[in-house]
Write a protein that binds this ligand. Sequence first.
Ligand SMILES: NC(=O)c1ccc[n+]([C@@H]2O[C@H](COP(=O)([O-])OP(=O)(O)OC[C@H]3O[C@@H](n4cnc5c(N)ncnc54)[C@H](OP(=O)(O)O)[C@@H]3O)[C@@H](O)[C@H]2O)c1
Length: 314
Amino acid sequence: MRPCGPSPWPNLGSRLAEAIPRRNEDTMSFPSDRPSTWFVTGTSRGLGLELVTQLLRRGDNVAATTRSTDRLLAALGDRVDTSRLLPLPLDLADDAAVAQAVAHTVERFGGLDVVVNNAGYGYLAAVEETSPAEVRDMLDVQVVGVWNVLRATVPVLREQKSGHIVNVSSVLGLVSLPGWALYCAGKFALEGISEALAGEVADFGVKVTIVEPGYFRTDFLTRDSLALPAETTDAYPGIREMTENHLNLQGSQLGDPVKGAAAIIERVVSDAEAPLRQVLGSDSHAYASAKIDALRANLDATAQTAPATDHPAA
Ligand SMILES: NC(=O)c1ccc[n+]([C@@H]2O[C@H](COP(=O)([O-])OP(=O)(O)OC[C@H]3O[C@@H](n4cnc5c(N)ncnc54)[C@H](OP(=O)(O)O)[C@@H]3O)[C@@H](O)[C@H]2O)c1
């Protein structure tokens, strides 16, 4: 099969395999001669809190955004020296406030090296039970909020020709399941944004990593974090049962957030060539592998029929 005319996506194959973005050898993506500065979102609990804790212990500078600096500071307690911490109360959906928070970070620490888009929450409901407000709230955090952070931080990293952007997705950024539609809509969007971004910024010496955790023992499955629909129907007993099962899973998830945060930091700090996606957890790896197998089978099954809609070759 020959394509008609030039491809609108030059080097699409290599960009998708971009699994390892190209690097400009003259640039340094992560500083080794001074404390680095990290901007982390969603930090008063879970993985974000663990990241902040470990980064401060390393002696790095951390700008930590949260909806509650009181909760963040109480959670950190006196476990760690907070002199290099900039706690930032922030509504991620407010683009002007996000830009101000990033400017404040650069001013306070004299630069920016790593951005971690970590804030997120789960939501379990059938598609038809999901209200417009619930859709907007989720996408405000996982898409609009991330985009606001990227719009404010990418120019800083691009101009200094170094830096690393870590977008915390999920294995549910690759696989979707009944009841998880809205959460997956946010995470699938984040994956799409991240793949495009990786290709856009590689030539500026800026790296992108998409983190795909499986179930981690954070607050994610507590009633404080997991959102549920305002209204349900009786039509989905399976989703109600699945919701209960997930709430009961709290405390026995496979993933250890201490190891998860350490793995994310190690990936950034090692500065080694690494794939675009960082899969965390054997459960995540198994689900993602099953998705690839199913996608392969789907492509094979449509290999003969797909070309039928092409214009005839000239
Ligand atoms: N734990 C898992 O099983 C799992 C699996 C796959 C992916 N993930 C992803 O990992 C990331 C961290 O989650 P976690 O496991 O650490 O869960 P968590 O313990 O519930 O912490 C979530 C963090 O996200 C922020 N957040 C939650 N809802 C928010 C909202 N409406 N607006 C702004 N920020 C909000 C919170 O920040 P503040 O309260 O400080 O504002 C909180 O610190 C999320 O993106 C999540 O989707 C988690």
